[in-house]
Design a protein around this ligand. Structure first.
Ligand code: ADP
Ligand code: 5GP
Length: 220
C-alpha cells in the first residue's frame, strides 16, 4: 500500500493511546520534559476547553462547523468522533514539525480510531497503549481529575472497556500503576526505538563514507 507520509528515516512518530483517565496526558508531559527532541502533535477538537488548557498548545479548539469544513477540505491526516466530540490531526501539524531542525519525533495523543488511520498512512510509526491497574482505579483517576460533568465522566468510563478491547492495534502496552515506573517503561521504549537500526543507519553509512559520525540529517 502506498503511504501518504514517508517520514525521514531518523524520525520517530509515536502514538500514545489509552482509555480516558489512564494517564496519557500526564505521561506525555513527562516525556516532553525529558526529551526536548520530541514534539507534541496539537490536535483540533470541538470539545470545550478545560480551565487549565491553552488554545494552540493543548488543542486547537474549533467550532463544529469549522471542524467539518476542515474535514471537507481534506485538512486532516485522521479524525474521529470520541466521547461525542470531534478530534483530528491536521496534516499541517506534521509538516510544521518536520520543519523544526532540532525535532526528531512527534507524539500523537489520539484514540484507537485515529491510531488505526495513522498506522495505515505514516511509515514506521510506534504505537503504545496505556493500561490502568484496574477499572476501579481508572474511575478514581477520572473523578480525581474533576474535569467533566458526572454525565460526561460516566460516558467516558463506559467507553473504557471498548477502548481496551482494541489493545491489539498497538505495539506496546504500558502499565500505569505507579507513575515513575510507568514513565521508566515509556522512556525505555522511546530510547530503544530511537536506537533502532533503520533510524541509525545514516550513522553507520556516514562512518563508512567519511570516517566520522554524521550530524543528524536536516529535515527533508
Ligand atoms: P488521560 O490523559 O489518559 O485522560 P490524565 O493524564 O489526565 O489521563 O490522568 C488522569 C488523572 O489521573 C490525573 O488527575 C492524573 O494526575 C492521575 N494519574 C495519572 N497517572 C497516575 C498514576 N500512575 N497514579 C495516580 N494518579 C495518576
Ligand atoms: P480529551 O477530551 O480527554 O482530551 O481526549 C479524549 C480522547 O480523544 C482521548 O482518547 C484522546 O487521545 C483522543 N484524541 C485527542 N486528540 C485526538 C485526535 O486528534 N484524533 C483522535 N482520533 N483522537 C484524539
Amino acid at each position: 500500500m502506498s503511504r501518504l507520509f514517508e517520514m525521514p528515516t531518523h524520525f520517530l512518530p509515536i502514538i500514545l493511546s489509552s482509555p480516558s483517565g489512564a494517564g496519557k496526558t500526564t505521561l506525555t508531559r513527562l516525556l516532553l520534559e525529558r526529551c526536548p527532541e520530541l514534539r507534541f502533535s496539537v490536535s483540533h477538537t470541538t470539545r470545550t476547553p478545560r480551565p487549565n488548557e491553552v488554545n494552540g498548545k493543548d488543542y486547537h479548539f474549533t467550532g463544529r462547523d469549522a471542524f467539518e469544513q476542515l474535514v471537507a477540505d481534506g485538512a486532516f491526516l485522521e479524525w474521529a468522533e470520541v466521547h461525542g466530540n470531534l478530534y483530528g490531526t491536521a496534516l499541517s501539524e506534521i509538516t510544521r514539525t518536520l520543519g523544526i531542525p532540532e525535532c526528531r519525533g512527534l507524539i500523537f495523543d489520539i484514540d484507537y480510531q485515529g491510531a488505526r488511520q495513522i498506522r495505515a498512512k505514516v511509515t514506521d510509526v510506534v504505537t503504545m497503549f496505556i493500561l490502568p491497574p484496574s477499572m476501579a482505579e481508572l474511575e478514581r483517576r477520572l473523578r480525581s481529575r474533576a474535569s467533566e460533568t458526572e454525565e460526561a465522566l460516566q460516558r467516558r468510563f463506559a467507553m473504557a472497556k471498548k477502548e481496551i478491547e482494541h489493545y491489539a492495534l498497538f505495539d506496546y502496552l504500558i502499565l500505569n500503576d505507579d507513575l515513575d515506573r510507568a514513565f521508566d517503561e515509556l522512556r525505555s521504549i522511546v530510547v530503544a526505538e530511537q536506537a533502532r537500526r533503520t533510524r541509525r543507519a545514516f550513522l553507520a553509512e556516514s562512518l563508512l563514507r567519511t570516517g566520522h559520525l554524521a550530524p543528524l540529517p536536516l529535515p527533508q
